[in-house]
Design a protein around this ligand. Structure first.
Ligand SMILES: *Cc1c(COP(=O)(O)O)cnc(C)c1O
Length: 345
């Protein structure tokens, strides 16, 4: 079998949620957008609900429908994108709570789904989603009169604890919401770690659940093992892969492993990335192909059947460094060609 094995530890996801929940006094929700950051929404939300998560966040109503099918009635499912044109039947039938982002969305919501629950998203400085202070002051009394289930905003720089933007957004959010009756939420993973000033009534971590920074103490969640298809000797002067971009300078051994950029192994990371054959670190050599990668295994004594790209020796964040990106992008790029194995350790 030439299929790589992606192992997802649901027990570690739940342990990470409990650890983040223990940091704050209010409710701890879970961000499960983009198929639970690529790890499989149905499996992840079922495990999290069993652990005690009562509120889930997705980006789009269509994602919320999938989560509702997995969870059944009961848990609250909120949609960051709010109430978009055409969403009303989805929001109604799957009982989803849109986070209303603008006066236009508010009008659409009260016209098409009067009495259907909603939340409010405010822009406290990120300029991405939510009502700005001026828009909010125009709508505030009417919106609060309809009893939003949540009033939230999002931090732009929470992964940098000393960034002045954090205090600025906190102050802006407070100015916009102090004294209201509705529950408030500002923090994702980074904001949870910033401390109690940022917690309000609910936190909504995502990436920390999946074992990534900025949650330093997270338990790792994913491992990825890739089968070795072929091993060959190379002589000095022989090249490996497309474009002859790597040329052997000494006699060596090259393993060809069965995964590539079609599986989310970002081509740009090639020159800086490693895999592990047992306890031996092996450099990726030559260009990453669509389905195949060359690896220098000259130092390996006993060639294993599989090499590790993610796991005990290499975290999602260290691989992200090699690719010049962030853990979020590595996770959400993980391909559909893997055998996905769910464990609970
Ligand atoms: C994605 C997202 C979250 C979760 O963020 P993490 O950094 O993954 O913890 C929370 N709130 C909003 C608005 C988001 O878009």
């Amino acid at each position: 079998m030439a299929q790589s094995v992606l192992t997802i530890d649901l027990g570690a996801i739940c342990a990470n949620w409990r650890a983040l929940a223990a940091m704050n006094a209010g409710q701890t929700a879970a961000a499960v957008k983009a198929n639970a950051y690529g790890l499989g929404a149905a499996k992840v939300v079922t495990a999290l609900a069993d652990t005690g998560v009562r509120t889930f966040f997705v980006a789009q109503a269509e994602e919320g429908v999938v989560i509702r099918q997995a969870l059944g009635p009961g848990p609250t499912i909120c949609v960051f994108g709010g109430h978009m044109h055409g969403d009303a039947p989805l929001l109604r039938d799957a009982n989803l709570v849109p986070m209303i982002n603008s006066i236009d969305q508010m009008l659409r919501h009260v016209e098409s789904l009067p009495a259907h629950p909603f939340g409010i998203q405010l822009d406290s400085g990120m300029n991405r989603l939510g009502m700005e202070p001026g828009e909010w002051s125009a709508l505030r009394d009417i919106a609060l009169g309809q009893k939003p289930v949540l009033v939230m905003s999002h931090l732009a720089c929470a992964d940098e604890p000393n960034h002045g933007m954090n205090a600025f957004q906190l102050q802006t959010f407070r100015q916009m919401t102090d004294g209201i009756d509705a529950p408030r939420s500002l923090a994702a993973t980074g904001g949870t770690i910033l401390g109690p000033d940022y917690h309000f009534d609910m936190t909504r971590p995502g990436v920390g659940l999946y074992g990534c920074l900025p949650f330093f103490d997270a338990r790792p969640v994913v491992s990825l093992d890739i089968p070795v298809i072929q091993v060959r000797d190379v002589n000095p002067g022989e090249s490996v892969g497309y474009g002859n971009s790597w040329v052997a300078r000494v006699p060596g051994r090259i393993a060809t492993i069965s995964a590539g950029y079609a599986d989310g192994i970002i081509r740009a990371m090639g020159p800086k990335a490693y895999v592990w054959a047992g306890e031996t670190r092996c450099k990726i050599v030559g260009r990453i192909s669509m389905d195949l990668i060359g690896v220098d295994v000259s130092a390996v004594q006993d060639m294993p059947d599989m090499v590790e790209l993610l796991g005990r020796h290499q975290t999602v964040d260290s691989l992200a460094d090699a690719a010049g990106t962030i853990g979020y992008e590595i996770l959400t790029s993980l391909g559909t060609r893997y055998t996905r194995r769910y464990i609970s350790s």
